[in-house]
Ligand binder design. Structure first.
Ligand code: COI
Length: 381
């Protein structure tokens, strides 16, 4: 294929392994870093465009001590996965969504971004180059991690003079140590993840280190992860450290509306679209219109039989939810067994008939190429 021959050229002078599989214990993959053969690097100076990228051996990179990313956190990341089909082909899931989100985030962080085509082409190249690290069907996926960073030196607070777009990859399976068992979340109303006017809605690296303290504290007490509330009212659900959140009550699925503080997850978006396809009517209520009316709950007559709602969700609604689940590229669709808020623990259903199970099966079936992709989401390479 064209990708393979450009790969042979790009990988020179390194030998490109023709082995089907790398030597990996495929039955025991978690979400730890397993370095693969190659990474992709493309650079650009301020006010310029990205030119030819290059595949090179995976390894350390050299950065100036005064690089913008090291000093002022001028950086973004993305995450997407490649699955191996039974027939041997590789499937990427909605790489265009990651490319567009990186462009959107780059604008917020004053960085030049690769074009959507450059992004997708680079993702294809790095996936094919590391093909032997893509797990066998049913054993996990290759997690692809694009980074965009201010790599040039800068001392005063300003955009860096040079940028680096880099992609590496690692085979993964379950994100949480719980495996596919239900998560136990903790609502932390001390620490905030994001605030209005900040950068919570884009995938900047600076959204992640500040929540480590909340995560470590929750994990130390036996929880899987932390669920954050909005910083202004400490009242509405936002998201979990590494994923978005959904509630199910009767036939209504709800998720916090993205309002600039919540990351617009590709899995979140896909689950809403799958629900719509299953007959759920999509209802979007902007956060602002909800917060002026503290009855954020839609009026009864607005509630259809089956509905998927994007709206402000008061934390008290957790008390009445039948089901809760998390979505994200890394976590996929993870059922939540319990949530603890102000020393009160609420439990949710997670049995085989739970809606999250059906949504998970549909999403993963499409991602792995075993369910027809009528949405046109997968890209075969
Ligand atoms: C992903 O789901 O891809 C993410 O970027 C979350 C990360 C914290 C693992």
């Amino acid at each position: 294929s064209q990708a393979a021959s450009s790969l042979q050229q790009a990988c020179e002078p390194f030998p490109y392994s023709e082995d089907e599989y790398a030597y990996v214990d495929w039955d025991n993959l978690g979400f730890g870093l397993m370095p693969t053969d190659y990474m992709y690097v493309m650079k650009c100076s301020e006010n310029d465009r990205y030119k030819e990228g290059k595949i090179s051996r995976y390894g350390n990179i050299e950065l100036s001590p005064s690089a913008g990313v090291l000093n002022y956190g001028q950086g973004l990341f993305e995450g997407l996965k490649a699955y191996r089909k039974e027939s041997g082909g590789l499937l990427l899931f909605r790489p265009d969504q990651n490319a567009m989100r990186m462009k959107f985030g780059a604008e917020r962080m004053c960085m030049p971004a690769p074009s959507v085509d450059q992004f997708i082409d680079a993702v294809k190249q790095i996936t094919v180059a590391n093909k032997r690290w893509v797990p066998p069907p049913g054993k996990g996926s290759l997690y692809i991690r694009p980074l965009l960073m201010g790599s040039g030196p800068i001392l005063g607070l300003a955009p860096a003079p040079e940028y680096m777009f880099l992609i590496y990859a690692s085979p993964v399976r379950n994100y949480f140590k719980e495996g596919s068992a239900p998560l136990n979340l903790y609502v932390d109303d001390e620490y905030d993840r994001a605030s209005r006017g900040g950068a919570g809605g884009v995938k900047t690296i600076t959204n992640y280190a500040p929540v480590l303290k909340a995560i470590m504290s929750a994990k130390g007490r036996g929880f899987s992860d932390v669920l954050y509330l909005d910083s202004m009212n400490k009242k509405y659900l936002e998201e979990v450290s590494s994923c978005n959140i959904f509630l199910v009550k009767d036939k209504v699925i709800s998720t916090p509306a993205t309002n600039g503080t919540i990351l617009s997850g590709v899995t979140r978006k896909s689950i809403i679209e799958i629900a719509r396809d299953l007959g759920y009517q999509v209802l979007k209520i902007s956060h602002l219109s909800c917060s002026s009316d503290h009855r954020a709950f839609p009026k009864a007559e607005m509630r259809m039989w089956q509905q998927v709602e994007e709206r402000a969700i008061p934390v008290e609604e957790l008390m009445y939810a039948d089901e809760v689940f998390c979505t994200g590229t890394a976590v996929v669709v993870a059922p939540v067994g319990s949530i603890t808020y102000k020393d009160k623990k609420v439990e949710f259903r997670t049995d085989a008939e739970a809606l999250s199970r059906k949504l998970y099966n549909t999403l993963v079936g499409i991602q792995m190429g075993v369910i027809e992709d009528k949405f046109g989401w997968t890209v075969e390479i």
